[in-house]
Design a protein around this ligand. Structure first.
Ligand SMILES: CC(C)(COP(=O)(O)OP(=O)(O)OC[C@H]1O[C@@H](n2cnc3c(N)ncnc32)[C@H](O)[C@@H]1OP(=O)(O)O)[C@@H](O)C(=O)NCCC(=O)NCCS
Length: 179
């Protein structure tokens, strides 16, 4: 368990499969800027637990009372011959705007820089997703540039914005200070 101030991140377990599958099949949950491809419980289970490793993991965001409110994940992302560490996150619509995702990103960034000998963490966001960009900027991520036509989402091609934080920007743990 990774403990923050108002939320904790807990590695996803089989008991979370149902809620997670419900979330990612819910158009309101994934929001306007993520694919809405529907997937079965079986497919979700394979994706969640088939490739689970230190390189590829999903965490449930929980409030301190144990209420599950969202997910934050990290995975290896290919850039040419390079494997780069990327993060993503989603939170239930009723809990948005409370600063929870910003805290989740703060925790996962600390965790990854403490865990791994890596020099950068990146996130690729649809250009119109202003809230998500704000979450990254609040955590010290810098905008690197536009990736044109990165994906076909909700009926049209979208441009993406690539953000990163490098180890020098991060410096030292910000929230996981007790580890
Ligand atoms: C994007 C998302 C993760 C943000 O989560 P959240 O918990 O609401 O984020 P926070 O409350 O920590 O911070 C959101 C920030 O964006 C700002 N914001 C929200 N909507 C905005 C908008 N339309 N325009 C400008 N800023 C906006 C908020 O004011 C806040 O900034 P502040 O703290 O400076 O006021 C959430 O909206 C979500 O789950 N969306 C659907 C999935 C998604 O798009 N995930 C990201 C792609 S990887």
């Amino acid at each position: 368990m990774l403990e923050g101030k108002r939320i904790n991140l807990r590695i996803i377990e089989k008991e979370d499969l149902e809620i997670y599958n419900k979330w990612i099949n819910d158009i309101n949950f994934v929001g306007e800027f993520i694919f809405i491809r529907q997937q079965s419980l079986l497919e979700t289970e394979k994706r969640m637990f088939g490739e689970h490793s230190a390189d590829n993991a999903s965490f449930i965001m929980e409030k301190k009372d144990g209420t599950r409110i969202g997910v934050v994940l990290h995975f290896l992302s290919k850039l040419g011959f390079l494997d780069l560490v990327e993060i993503g996150y989603m939170i239930t619509p009723e809990e948005r705007g409370n600063g929870y995702c910003s805290e989740a990103v703060e925790i996962i960034v600390d965790y990854l820089f403490i865990l791994k000998d890596i020099h950068r963490i990146q996130a690729l966001i649809v250009e119109e997703n202003v809230a998500s960009q704000r979450v990254l900027e609040k955590n010290g991520f810098k905008k690197e540039g536009i990736i044109r036509n990165v994906g076909y989402i909700r009926g049209r091609d979208r441009d993406g914005v690539l953000y990163s934080i490098i180890r020098e920007d991060w410096g030292q743990p910000r929230i996981l200070t007790g580890v």
